[in-house]
Design a protein around this ligand. Sequence first.
Ligand code: UDP
Ligand code: MG
Length: 152
Amino acid sequence: MAIEQTLILCKPDAVARGLVGEIVARFERRGYVVAALKLLVCDRARAEQHYAEHKGKPFYEGLVSFITSGPLLALVVAGAGAIDGCRSTIGATDPIKAAPGSIRGDYAQTIGRNLVHGSDSLDAAGREIPIWFEPSEIVGRRNDLEHWIVAS
Ligand code: UDP
Ligand code: MG
């Protein structure tokens, strides 16, 4: 399984509710590593770039307004199959459908306040990570990460 990097956002509702420690811990407990992390307030330009695929959809304006409404925690999380693995730890987009045990299934009620973003494909991760991080802010190269993750 290839070592992948994925973009994770603990959205403003996660920061406001004091859940970022819990959320990051879930990725770490699964064996993924934090390769980059920063707290910031996302401006409209960055939000539009990040959510470009959703422009024109009925929820787009609300989504951009929400993601820019307060501080969020952005991370690059790395590990074997991290893109799909983190998506399963996050759970389905609509928390009503998210499995108990997933982040959204355990902590979220509504689709508009579903706490976390995770890249949904290799292409998306490759597009999204540079929107949030400079290469120099990401610790460890992909090939160097394996020995951190697989101890045995
Ligand atoms: N969203 C929403 N209403 C919808 C669909 C999506 O508010 O009907 C929001 C939701 O917060 C979601 C984000 O838009 O996390 C991006 O949607 P996407 O389908 O990419 O879901 P995700 O990849 O976050 O699971
Ligand atoms: Mg998405």
